[in-house]
Write a protein that binds this ligand. Sequence first.
Ligand code: C2E
Ligand code: MG
Ligand code: MG
Length: 762
Amino acid sequence: MPRYFRVHGLELAGALLVVLCAAWFFAGLTHTYAHPVIGWVPLPVGAALAGIACLRAARDQRLDAGTRRFWRHLSVASAFFTAGSVSNAVDAVGGAMPSQRIGPVTVALYLAVLGLVIWALLRLPSWQRSRADWIRFGLDACMVLVTLGALVWHLSLRDHDRWMAQTGSAGPMLAIMLSAFVGVATFVKVGFAGAGRLDRQAIHILAVGASIAASLGGMSPFISDYVHLSSSLLAVPVAALTINLAAARQWSNGDRTPATRRVSQRISVLPYAAVAITDVLLLSTGTGDATETTTMQIAAVVLTALVVVRQILALRDNQRLVDELRDYQTKLTHQATHDSLTGLANRSRMEQHLAQLLGERGRFHVALLDLDDFKTVNDRLGHHVGDLLIGVTGRRLTEVVGGRGSVSRLGGDEFTIVIPDGGDVEVLLRKVIRAVGAPAELAGHTVVTAASVGVTTTRPGDVPAELLRRADVAMYAAKNAGGNAWHWFDAAMDRAADAEARLAAELRRAPAEGQLTVLYQPIVTLPGGSPIGAEVLLRWRHPEHGLLGPDAFIPLAENNGSIVEIGDWVLREAVRQSVDWRRRLGDRAPGRISVNVSARQLEDPHFVDRVAALLTGNDVEPDRLMLEVTETAVLAADLAVAQLHRLKALGVRIALDDFGTGHSSLSLLLDCPVDVLKVDKSFVSGATAGQAGEIIVRNLIGFTSDFAIDAVAEGVETEAQAAQLSEAGYQFAQGYLFGRPMTAAALEDLFTNRVPTGAAAA
Ligand code: C2E
Ligand code: MG
Ligand code: MG
């Protein structure tokens, strides 16, 4: 445990000297000494000891430079103190008769000591260094000084005539006042401005010591009858001892970081305490002595002035603080209501604005703008360029719209424009689309973008969310129509969107409610048309809308993610049926079952594991299952190619569905482990059929044979098509000619009876 301070020889000696001096002094009140010089001997000794203690602290390498400098100053002060006490002794006992006179040299030396101490204190590092802090410190110090002055005056100095006669000059008075000042200023300084890494207890010891020394010095008038004594005999050793103790405290504590100071209070109790003390003094002053009353009155007036200035400063400080707070708050509000990227109002600000306009009941329009290919810009050129594009778009919008509306950023690449009724909205929107679509130079890239805008007009009873929703629906309509355009909202869009949302919700429950079912469409060999397998095709038996084909709901399921669960159901159903056929029909069972898989399913990292578990769990040979994926799905899903390789490794067969309708990148065939190419029906019986389709169909078959890939022609509807395909080299086909999608039972008949079953369609 660190002791308050370790007692060493130096401090012990200092304390002993004080005891000796006190004994000598008090004994002197009843005795007259024959050799009064003896009483003076301890004084320079004590001061010299203090100097040594300070020197020791000044040389302590653990301390920082500022602290060491302080103690160096104090050791110099102690040297002057030693000299001063010798000079004081010479004044007192050097003459023929003992005297209480204090000579000018002594006064000069003592004042030098005090000056040095004050200088050392002022040079201490502070926590606060602003001019205002120093003014506050100065005012506090002056207040303390005036109060103390009044006190000292009241207690002893009022007899200054006698004092002057006794000591021969006003100097000692000044010295005493100064030491009092040192004591209190030290407290003030440490309490209000801090003292860097200097030991605070050391500073407090010094402060107390200076105050005691000042009080002892102020006792002079009471001992004017004892010419062989002097107040210095007590004041000097006490002052020396406190310097000694303070240095020892610093030395024994080293550089332990001083406790962190409280934040300075801007309104302190000091002014009130000062006023109270002076008032008490003023009241206790007898009315008889005019000089004394005047002095006290002057002190009170000066003090009042100081306190007033001090409080005005505090008020101004507080005002400044309040102003700073208000500025800060304004900034915060701006941040909360504005977008940092574009400086435009943000969503919450815009909604507030809408609510306010709706409250005023005027008609206005809200346009919602969304960039058409922002994601591509972000992905291809990076987020930095994406951010720049948003910034440019914000600026362009502000420029074009000008005073004709207010622009805000909803988030992402979405902006809104609130347009008051009256002007030509369509002219404005045309300009907006043109401005946003202009090429922009961004970080060395020429970026061309386009925007889709949905716009709607207020209706009675509108709320901001409803307005934005309508604008959003219209914006999507614009986007679906190819983008780079604006669409007014109309109710049909709403009904379509509503119906879609309801259907999507119902679809989530469809598997659990047993509303899903599958049909099977035979896959046959050419030219004979004998069935060898079947494709599983999903249907939804909707309670209201009847039997729905996949085109009516698969896109919804892909959008809301329920396709993963639905797809799993289809796979389980297909495997179950296959196992059942195999068990009952043996060799006559459909050899291969084909199941469609969408991009979302391929993206699911556990998809392959589930397929594997399904196959092993039902003891199905993997090559009896074929999974059909579209080119678009493979290109869209990040993991797709890797997943297909894993599936391939399981032994499952892979078919590339609807080939020719997507990007038709033949290079995909090199990356993907494809077993079967399903040539899309559009080339066989659909829109592209005819001469162009024929060429494609013929070329593809040559290509597949090069890669050892089977080709299945989809959508074969007529005998002529079948003949043509067969002639071109196709060995497999699928289409209404051979069988529409049918129930499991119908397919079973087809396989067991070998009857052509165009009539068995569902
Ligand atoms: P797809 O895989 O290309 O399936 C073939 C589609 O062509 C089926 O339509 C089928 O009925 C139709 N079709 C067959 N022969 C002919 C023909 O001779 N002429 C014409 N015009 N059409 C013919 P469906 O059943 O409506 O399925 C449409 C699409 O829905 C499928 O196209 C497939 O991509 C998707 N799909 C079906 N079931 C599922 C499923 O379980 N999961 C997933 N993810 N998608 C499925
Ligand atoms: Mg298919
Ligand atoms: Mg297909």
